[in-house]
Design a protein around this ligand. Structure first.
Ligand SMILES: Nc1ncnc2c1ncn2[C@@H]1O[C@H](COP(=O)(O)OP(=O)(O)OP(=O)(O)O)[C@@H](O)[C@H]1O
Ligand SMILES: [Zn+2]
Length: 680
């Protein structure tokens, strides 16, 4: 807050005035009075030493005719005694009995109710003034105090950013998604003409400093529309109703100036799951959130206001915020990979003279896990270090030290990985990905990274190509192998598996257990639902207990079946990796170099993967026979087939191997009229 603002702060003036009044009050009443006790006061009065007296509801002050020594008090002229209970009465009685001295009023009540009231209220007023003053300070501006419920114009800020998408580096996917929003804002009619519904809310989520604010500003800058910002934590007010009225006000203004963007930073501050946590919800927060939802629902098709919100914690947001028509478009803004970091460094290196041998790519390589803000900080630190030593160009040494400073400065949550750990992680993730690529019923691998994130050392992402509502047995078996792929790669390559696979093992076990107990996909248990494993579940925790729905024997059969599935998957993964060890090694090399590999590059690397053979047809019991007749074909499929298209699942399976292996099936088990008597 600067000096001018300070002078305009009404809270401050109030304090100055009240303070002065209080000082005056103290100087005229309390100042210079020495404390004496009741008997001393009575004897002073009786010995006629008192010039005047003043009685207030809680004290009696006496001005003496001349300076006196009273007990240990030397040369006092003004004394004061408590006027409480009977002892106070004694003083008043003494004063009354004596020649009443000048200025004495015997009845404390009569001594001006107004004055005594004022005197008592003064400290309270002062406190209120102080409180107001600090409240206004806390809001970051002195003059807001008196404006509750009036214009909150200053509480959010409006501007016309000049930021462009080109200023955002290494977030190409997010930029791509936001271009459509920009398009709409720049030319809403184009969308209205064809009746397209435009998203009302866009949620940008990702770790701090990755450029969410920057991206939102860039949308406004590109579309050349006003940008209103407010932070979720600003909403969280002390006075109930203020947050909600602010939201209302903000939307009104934005609509008046539409097309416009409203940016809500830290939306998790208001958008937390309602009623979360013990002790119920926070009233004010909830009201604010409700108002936000009301405003968003109030958008009609002609509202040209788009709400962009940012959060680091999408997981704690109230689901109501994420429903269609609200923040239904969610864009991940992730920490940049090596290429992205290089790009960001280039953006921020502009205007900073660098030595010839400075290689920003090598800076990028040494800063895994850094956000855009941290990279910007690295360059800035390097520039500061250079200036401090009166240098004129930034050298590699300065950059090295700057990196260390940024790492050591704000304690990074992710610890640096050793070279060995990095390699193990690369093999682990590579193992997952390669198994996925070698199986026949898996989704394509869309991304692998060995950048540490949270507690995970790396991750591999397999994305389904289309929505799925159920999963087949073969897909589950592939998922099992995929889950174990990381662990298997560690075993195969290092002969010494690490603890990094514990999550994978947990996941595989849970899949296998469900296959046995819920999906009827094991031989020795059959299509039986074995629901309750015996544990009482209370508040999400297994409390133990003895109401299992099946016997000890069944339990041990289940355990055996689960183990069998896991072992088989382990073997499959081993085979898949063993058959493709050359590809695994190449993948790991590239992963160590680039840290993150995306779908397109992965498809190239996996182009020549030696696939696992398709699994044998599964019969849930040896007594069932194999039907080789496929499902019917729709006319559309017949047309497609005639046009030479491949229709996978409709090919009749004329060559089958029984599982478990069986002697060749007798006559009658094959044929066009056969129906499948298996599990209907
Ligand atoms: N992808 C990027 N490209 C260029 N600069 C970036 C990028 N990401 C971050 N920065 C720099 O870091 C600064 C801080 O980023 P910004 O405030 O946008 O991050 P944020 O994701 O909104 O963070 P927070 O979650 O802490 O609010 C930006 O002003 C910009 O200078
Ligand atoms: Zn894993």
């Amino acid at each position: 807050m600067n000096g001018k603002k300070l002078l305009r702060a009404p809270g401050l003036w109030m304090i100055v005035a009240l303070g002065a009044a209080l000082l005056f009050y103290m100087a005229s009443n309390i100042g210079g009075y020495s404390r004496i006790d009741t008997s001393q006061a009575v004897s002073l009065i009786n010995s006629d030493k008192v010039e005047s007296a003043k009685v207030t509801p809680d004290s009696v002050s006496l001005t003496l005719k001349q300076k006196q020594d009273i007990g240990s008090l030397k040369g006092v002229e003004r004394v004061e005694a408590d006027y409480v209970d009977a002892r106070g009465e004694q003083i008043v009685n003494a004063l009354n009995a004596h020649q009443p001295p000048k200025g004495f009023t015997d009845d404390p009540q009569r001594q001006g109710i107004f004055v005594s009231l004022l005197m008592n209220l003064l400290p309270i007023l002062l406190l209120v003034g102080l409180f107001w003053f600090f409240m206004s300070q806390a809001q970051g501006g002195g003059s807001k105090v008196m404006q509750f419920g009036k214009s909150k114009a200053k509480l959010h800020s409006k501007d016309m950013p000049t930021t462009k998408f080109a200023d955002v580096a290494g977030a190409d996917e997010a930029v791509e998604e936001l271009k459509e929003i920009k398009d709409f804002l720049a030319d809403p009619e184009k969308y209205e003409r064809i009746g397209a519904k435009i998203p009302r809310g866009v949620l940008l989520y990702g770790p701090p400093g990755t450029g969410k604010t920057l991206l939102a500003r860039a949308v406004a800058g590109e579309a050349n529309v006003p940008f209103y910002t407010i932070s979720g934590s600003d909403f969280v007010e002390m006075f109930v109703g203020v947050g909600a009225s602010r939201v209302r006000d903000l939307f009104t203004q934005a609509k008046e100036n539409s097309p416009a963007i409203i940016f809500v930073d830290e939306i998790d501050a208001v958008g937390r799951h309602r009623g979360a946590g013990l002790g119920g919800g926070h009233d004010e927060r909830e009201q604010t959130l409700n108002q936000l939802l009301v405003e968003m629902d109030g958008f009609d098709d002609r509202t040209r206001v788009i709400l962009i919100a940012a959060t680091n914690r999408p997981d704690i947001l109230d689901p109501a915020l994420l429903r269609p028509g609200r923040f239904d478009r969610q864009i991940a803004v992730e920490a940049p990979d090596m290429g992205g970091r290089h790009h960001i460094l280039q953006v921020h290196a502009q205007g900073k003279p660098m030595a010839k041998d400075v290689d920003l790519m090598s800076v990028a390589r040494r800063t895994p896990g850094f956000s855009g803000a941290e990279l910007e900080n690295v360059l800035n630190e390097a520039a500061l270090l250079t200036a401090r030593t009166n240098g004129t160009i930034i050298t590699n040494e300065a950059l090295d030290e700057a990196i260390d400073r940024v790492i050591a400065g704000p304690q990074k949550k992710s610890r640096p990985m050793s070279a060995k750990e990095r390699k193990v992680t690369a093999y682990h993730e590579g193992g997952h990905a390669l198994v996925a690529a070698a199986m026949n019923n898996t989704d394509p691998v869309s991304k692998i990274t060995i950048m540490p994130r949270g507690r995970a050392l790396g991750y591999t992402m397999v994305l389904p190509t289309d929505d799925k509502y159920s999963t087949t047995r073969n897909e589950l078996l592939d998922q099992l192998a995929y889950a174990l792929g990381g662990r298997v790669a560690e075993e195969m390559v290092f002969h010494d598996p690490s603890t990094g696979a514990s999550n994978d093992i947990e996941k595989a076990t849970s899949i296998a257990r469900k296959m046995v107990t819920q999906f009827g996909m094991s031989e020795n248990v059959g299509a039986v639902h074995l629901g309750n494993s015996g544990g009482e579940v209370f508040l999400g925790r297994d409390m133990g207990g003895n109401n299992r729905e099946y016997s000890e024997d069944t339990a041990s059969v289940i355990d055996r079946e689960v183990r069998k599935l896991i072992e088989a998957a382990h073997d499959e993964a081993w085979r898949a990796l063993g058959n493709n060890r050359d590809i695994l090694d190449a993948l790991v090399l590239e992963l160590l170099e680039k840290e993150t590999l995306e779908a397109a590059r992965l498809a190239e690397i996996f182009a020549n993967v030696r696939k696992e053979p398709k699994r044998d047809v599964w019969l849930s019991s040896a007594d069932r026979h194999v039907s080789t007749r496929g499902p019917v074909m729709t006319p559309a499929e017949e047309r497609a087939l005639a046009a030479g298209k491949n229709i996978d699942d409709n090919e009749p399976k004329d060559e089958v191997t029984l599982y478990p292996p069986q002697p060749p099936a007798g006559p009658g088990t094959q044929g066009p009229t056969d129906t499948d008597p298996g599990l209907g």
